[in-house]
Design a protein around this ligand. Structure first.
Ligand code: 3EB
Length: 330
């Protein structure tokens, strides 16, 4: 009970999540809009700028021209750089990105370790230190056999670089193989000055509990994150994984169906109404370019009106052909 003489406690500020949308347009104009926190371009043809908020993702879009992804907040945005890391912040939200050349860090493990160490050291001094959502893009993700596979080396380095920073639980994440400059590791994230709520999928073993057969270091991510403010679910890379096993090896249509069941299960698990709508932008990472039209057709039939960006990328298990991530606004 609050006593009459006591000052009321400050309630945490309500945080309205960044609005994420796709659009075809001009990079400079989008950066000039008030509240632009981040601007993602896709593929080698996307516009270069020196602005720390703009990131050229090393994944090609199957749309021409490639859309931009824009994150907007209702607050003034500041930005800067610290070594290889660039950041922007406004209204309690923070975008940060880091790009490293693996050759300068002894390969994917060393690069991931360095990247996560730098991210952690930067965030430790910020109010916006609660990482909600992370994306990881590296080249040749399935190259190498068994524990030597590059994705598994990345997982080792990521866990080492994270240290105990995520002892309370991992952020939502995606890890995808790009076909861009071979040695480039790209990581970007959304953080906040308030924590989110992690959501797991009851159909899937939590990734950090995957058995040994998937590598020395289980992948460090949550299946989804309910952002502070409770108005958006940030959905991790979701594929045809049931339990801990991949389902429907090399069968695109069956993998898409299974992935959609996983996505719907996540919504239910987050206590959100079923279905995706025109405000819920998704990304589909497609391993084989030849499959892109079939994936697009799947979205038209099963997720009509949902904004979707189709990107050419490899899934971290070689039998998986497609993975979907994105945002579900309440
Ligand atoms: C899976 O369900 C598919 O290593 O950060 C999905 C999302 C996957 C994130 C990661 C991996 C990651 O295990 C792979």
């Amino acid at each position: 009970m609050v006593q009459g003489s006591e000052k009321p406690q400050f309630a945490p500020l309500l945080r309205r999540a960044p609005r994420v949308s796709y659009r075809v347009g001009d990079t400079a104009a989008a950066l000039n809009e008030s509240g632009t926190l981040a601007l993602l371009g896709f593929g080698a043809g996307s516009q270069k700028t020196g602005d720390p908020r703009a990131l050229q993702i090393a994944l090609e879009s199957f749309d021409a021209p490639a859309p931009l992804e824009i994150w907007q907040v209702d607050a003034p945005v500041t930005h800067g750089r610290v070594d290889a890391l660039r950041w922007s912040a406004g209204g309690g939200w923070l975008f940060a990105a880091i790009e490293l050349d693996e050759r300068e860090h002894g390969g994917p493990e060393g690069a991931a370790n360095t990247a996560y160490t730098q991210v952690r050291q930067f965030l430790e001094q910020r109010a916006e230190r609660h990482v909600l959502r992370l994306w990881n893009y590296l080249g040749a993700i399935n190259e190498g056999v068994g524990d030597a596979e590059r994705y598994k080396q990345f997982c080792d380095g990521r866990a080492a670089g994270m240290g105990s920073f995520f002892a309370d639980g991992f952020p939502a994440a995606s890890a995808i193989g790009h076909h861009g400059p071979a040695h480039r590791l790209q990581i970007y994230l959304l953080a906040c000055d308030q924590p989110g709520e992690r959501v797991e999928n009851p159909r899937q073993v939590s990734a950090w509990r995957y058995p040994r057969q998937y590598g020395r270091t289980p992948p460090s991510f949550a299946r989804a994150m309910n952002l502070p403010g409770n108005d958006v679910l940030a959905i991790s890379g979701t594929a045809a994984v049931v339990g801990h096993a991949s389902a429907h090896d090399d069968d695109l249509d069956a993998q898409l169906d299974e992935t959609l069941i996983n996505l719907e299960t996540l919504l239910a698990s987050a206590d959100m109404p079923a279905g995706f709508d025109t405000h819920s932008p998704l990304k589909a990472y497609v391993r084989h370019a030849v499959d892109a039209p079939r994936v697009r057709d799947f979205f038209r039939r099963r997720l009509p009106g949902v904004p979707v960006l189709l990107l050419h990328g490899d899934i971290c298990r070689r039998e998986l052909l497609v993975e979907i991530d994105g945002w579900r606004y309440a």
